[in-house]
Design a protein around this ligand. Sequence first.
Ligand SMILES: Cc1cc2nc3c(=O)[nH]c(=O)nc-3n(C[C@H](O)[C@H](O)[C@H](O)COP(=O)(O)O)c2cc1C
Length: 151
Amino acid sequence: MTHTGNTKTVAKAIQQQTGADIYQLETQEHYPTSYQKMLKVARAEQNNDARPVLAGKLPNLKNYRTIFIGYPIWLDKNPMAINTFLSHYSSFKGKTIIPFTTSGSSGLGSSVPELKKNAKDARFNKGLAITDDQLDDTNQIVKKWVKNNKF
Ligand SMILES: Cc1cc2nc3c(=O)[nH]c(=O)nc-3n(C[C@H](O)[C@H](O)[C@H](O)COP(=O)(O)O)c2cc1C
């Protein structure tokens, strides 16, 4: 998932270097472009433990064992739409989720425990966090990460 395109940049680098398939998560409702308005929406979604409705048909994960899930950090957490996505699937048994994020500075923040609560039976591997000031080096960072983890 991406709002301003940063996470998409990282997702594409991961796709290029692992040969993964890619799917872009989008919410049915479009989020505001103004940062201040977006902050309000994100805060309200978190406070209400919302599950924003996703657009389109969600992918069948049957044939995938490793799933990279990318999103921007919003208020130290994942966007609530990621919880909608994860709770759509009844079980991630036998599958490994690898989170990746972009953020101003927070890193993965407190998003991973949130993901774990919503992805039943999933195994998690250590994720990747890229800050906005590192985005120019995305390809190199991802290359090293993929190599070190043997994805
Ligand atoms: C509503 C909102 C909340 C954010 N909260 C945080 C935060 O808590 N910590 C942080 O480091 N960056 C935060 N950011 C910055 C974004 O995580 C960062 O710019 C990210 O790269 C955006 O990714 P995207 O282009 O894929 O949407 C926030 C941005 C928005 C719009």
